[in-house]
Design a protein around this ligand. Sequence first.
Ligand code: ASP
Ligand code: MG
Length: 415
Amino acid sequence: MRWRILYFMRVVQKFGGTSVADAERIRHVAGQVAGRVGAGDEVVVVVSAMGNRTDELIDLALEVSPDPDPRELDQLLATGEHMSAALLAMALHAMEQEAVGLTGSQAGIYSRASHGSGRIQRIDADRIEEELRAGRIPIVAGFQGVTEEADYVTLGRGASDLTAVALGVALGADRCETYKDVEGVYTADPRIVPAARRLADVHYEEMLEMATQGSQVMHNRAVEVAATNELPILVASSMVDGPGTLIHGGSEMEERNRVRGVVDDHDIAKVTLRHVPDRRGIAAQIFEPLAEAGVSVDTIVQNASERNLTDLTFTLARGDLRRAAGLMDDICEAIGADGYTADTNLGKVSIVGAGIQTEPGYAARMFRALADAEVNIDLITTSEIRITCIVHEDHMGQAVNALHTAFGLDDPDRV
Ligand code: ASP
Ligand code: MG
């Protein structure tokens, strides 16, 4: 007889809201988890709130108060994930599988008290390790941490991904698996580009750019934590069996397509300050008040000045525009600018790929493809592995499809 060394994985499996939307789906997930444990792997589970529960809870809060207290809102929102964790544990019990539902607090996830936008400070994984040793599957409520004073703090919308990755790191897991309502990471949003394809794998840096530029597949801070700690993440569907997409830092094949994806983002607004005096300290005077108000600015473009006057443009999320606009008159007055304009009829389209940086001509090809598709470019920004154009929102569909074709992503053999 030949001996085979069996290698069992320690894995954190995360199930998103759609995957646990109702009792039937929860039972399905329980079956998946139990199967995995039965095969010998050591599994820790992280769950999101059921379906649109988080939105419903926010609506409910707004029905009782126009301006809900941030601490109480977090107390409320945390319960969405508590429900899923308890229900999934029950479903596993019904399959004769030992499991225990844990709140973020019971799971030892600590955060500072910035309600609604907490950051994970540390994880004390003793309880989870204890449960694992006792043969119980820990089912952890995602999206939340707790302060040293035992108050709940939520980590930002969609941040159950982050919980899963951070737990994976704290537990020394071999990988993190996130099960979603998509079959993986695609070369573009399949709802916009019919020819979009699933990527078998994608580099951390590429995924981080995609997530930051508007891809909804993975939370960007989750990708960041995975990249710094080199924890691979598998993105797969919880409904259909399939290989999914592996996000990792593994070796790159030179032959593969250099542009990995086209990403679109509609959540963008633009502010332009006209005739800004070209003086030392002006930019600080503009952006300090915005930062203090918690407005996070994306792209900033300042032109070379002509007769000591310049225009300065920046973009931001649409939801932040009202807050920013409330400050702009004062800012214009303080710096002696002529005034400002705001525009929300825009979208952002990016090409992303680690190979872009080592080969010239990508920008030119992108602009040519957009020109041929009759799309006018409003603003351009780049990083080492990304080129982004801001265009009119009515042209977004054309733009994304044209770029998908121009960079060979329609072709199954090149993706
Ligand atoms: N339930 C939270 C949300 O809807 C967190 C998550 O789903 O990841 O934002
Ligand atoms: Mg977005």
